[in-house]
Write a protein that binds this ligand. Structure first.
Ligand code: FPP
Length: 255
């Protein structure tokens, strides 16, 4: 595939977040157990790292397991965790070749030991890579992340006066420091596969001004052309961040 329209236009998203939905439905459509959908979906995780890196995207975050996914059948949870634990170490050489650094978001301390161990190994082995960050969101929930941020904020004061003063000065910029997302850029483009049109507790804080892109394609069948279509669509969006179109074009200067 040649150079993308977005790259030429200089309007490439820096952080692309993906809700990889549709694994179960794909498996069902093939007469396979759900876990086969996740296995096939894991192959697309490998691909998306390559496609995003080739396109020049700096960060790609993947919603691999949400705080709500614990409600799934125990067998499916175990299969997903085992899949990750098995596949991640195998991906390390390819990630290093690609200059991909693995990061995680979410409370990974609650994951089974084999998954934690495998994640630790892959994060350590890729920590010096600089071309693209792959952020695996595991046991992640946007609401929970904000609540944890509030707890950290409240715990960071010696006395009530300091707390009151900080509360007076609290704003979206300085609160972000309490979210534990220092390595993560604000989300520019949020893609959801599988036909549903919701963000399901993903990146609530940092998706405040994300462009949303929904596709019916089921994640196991997601292709490079699908990804490029999302990038091209993004390139055509006008990101106003609350301003007017005219302000952005420099036609008016009245704030
Ligand atoms: C949603 O599809 C998908 C998930 C909850 C899991 C996503 C996990 C992977 C793609 C594997 C990750 C592997 C590695 C190595 C990181 P769904 O099961 O809800 O699909 P459905 O809506 O069709 O039932």
């Amino acid at each position: 595939m040649g150079i993308s329209v977005c790259e030429q236009a200089g309007v490439l998203p820096q952080h692309v977040a993906i809700i990889m939905d549709g694994n179960g439905r794909w498996a069902k459509s093939q007469g396979l157990p759900r876990v086969e959908g996740h296995r096939k979906g894991a192959g697309r995780v490998r691909d998306i790292i390559e496609w995003a890196s080739d396109a020049g995207v700096k960060q790609v975050s993947l919603y691999a397991f949400s705080t709500e996914n614990w409600k799934r059948p125990k067998l499916e949870i175990t299969a997903l965790m085992t899949l990750m634990a098995t596949l991640l170490p195998l991906e390390i050489p390819r990630m290093c070749e690609r200059g991909a650094r693995l990061l995680t978001l979410g409370d990974v301390s609650k994951l089974p030991w084999i998954a934690r161990k495998s994640l630790q190994k892959a994060c350590k082995a890729t920590e010096n890579n600089t071309k693209i960050d792959v952020i695996l969101c595991l046991n992640y929930g946007g609401q929970q992340e904000i609540i944890e941020g509030i707890k950290r904020f409240c715990a960071s004061f010696q006395d009530a006066d300091a707390k009151n003063e900080a509360l007076e000065q609290l704003n979206a910029e300085n609160f972000r420091a309490f979210l534990g997302r220092d390595d993560v850029l604000p989300v520019d483009l949020l893609i959801r596969t599988g036909g549903e049109q919701r963000i399901s507790n993903f990146h609530l804080w940092d998706a405040a001004y994300a462009e949303l892109f929904f596709t019916d394609r089921l994640w196991p069948e997601y292709s490079q052309a699908d990804f490029q279509a999302a990038l091209d669509d993004y390139a055509g969006r006008e990101r106003r961040f609350g301003k007017t179109s005219e302000q952005l074009k420099g036609e008016t200067h009245d704030g």
